[in-house]
Design a protein around this ligand. Sequence first.
Ligand code: ATP
Ligand code: MG
Length: 426
Amino acid sequence: MPLAKIYPASEHGILRKKINKNALSVLSQLNNAGYQAYLVGGCVRDLLLDREPKDFDIATNAQPEQVKSVFRNCRLIGRRFRLAHILYGREIIEVATFRGNSDQENKNQKTHEDGRLLRDNVYGTLEEDVWRRDFTVNALYFDINTFSVIDYTDGMNAIKAGLLELIGDPETRYREDPVRMLRAIRFAAKLNFQLHPKTEHPIKELASLLGSIPNARLYDEVLKLFLSGNALATFQKLRQYGLLAFLFPQTEECLKIENNSRSYDFLIKALENSDKRVNAGKSITPYFLLSVFLWEAVQISYQAKLEAGESDYFALQYATHEVLKAQVKTTSIPRRVTQSMREVWVLQSRFEQRSPSKVYRLLNHLRFRAAYDFLVLRAETGSADMELAHWWTTFQILDAEKQEQVLTQLNPTRRTQRRRTPKKNS
Ligand code: ATP
Ligand code: MG
């Protein structure tokens, strides 16, 4: 077994003040209870890169039940991979017990015949845990007591070189857990790292293994891929490696249609905007991007239904239903999210209806803002009327009196016409 390289404080730039207070507290409580505990994974990697870690993960030799007995604010989660969550208000510090490798199959470590690791709850030592991690840059341990980085996999040099390399035989590791392919893309995009050729090579061929991942886990991954501020780069890479087809099959189909640059531009622009928002510290919602991803598929299905003689209303209802039903097979999407997606889609045609009552009703709709942003995006990429989008941009910021005036100008004959129209059958 290779020896670890130890990097003391003088050889890395990690500062104590950059480490989360709650994580420090978890480390010292575990130490005080007689256990080993280290910071590990993305937080060590990000601290070394002088980036702000998304979360602080801890690895320990205490077993989950033992961790639980040290903390009052602890709950154990996960079946496939058992973990302890220490809760500090809304913040969670994740504590994982070192994983080991059992020589024989047993109830704690279970592999599917396709190589997929169905359960990984065999515990071990730090020296064993290292090799169960995904990338060398994610397998660095930080010892708070000696303030040093422990490196078995040469992850420190990979960080310096900007290289993402899977630990072990890439094909085996992807087969064990195909989500690692998505993680490779996510980290490459986020850190602007290159994939090591051996890590890169099997992806295209193994992409279809994502089909074996439960749709709930894929949905979680999709959120990480697209909501963390690197959505555009992630999207391009997912397509490049043939992975998008296994996350959004309908989107990939639409993008393949020749001369469909409008729908491509629309997507790209949405991803760019979304990254800008995240990087400016603004919030974004999953349903908006998801509704962008599936819009073209909805349009195609809607047209087909119109041509088959459906009414406008039902054509759209059936189309949204059909497209969402197909998508949730791949990535489960919570009902409240699909409901919002549907609303954004259905509201698009209502922007064209500008009688006073309809305008006010739309303006007060819970999804007005999202639907309006969606309309602007469509207009900017040539699939909605720019004048119409401008009209709504201006209208919504007018005061009430001005809004009345604008609507009267737009519907000058409305009142009189209505009064003059004789009632039917009278
Ligand atoms: P970030 O939190 O910034 O998204 P991360 O590297 O911390 O990135 P997590 O999902 O928080 O990713 O996982 C923490 C660590 O657990 C990883 O750095 C890695 O060492 C290990 N890990 C997570 N998922 C896997 C996996 N599917 N296979 C092997 N190791 C994994
Ligand atoms: Mg993490």
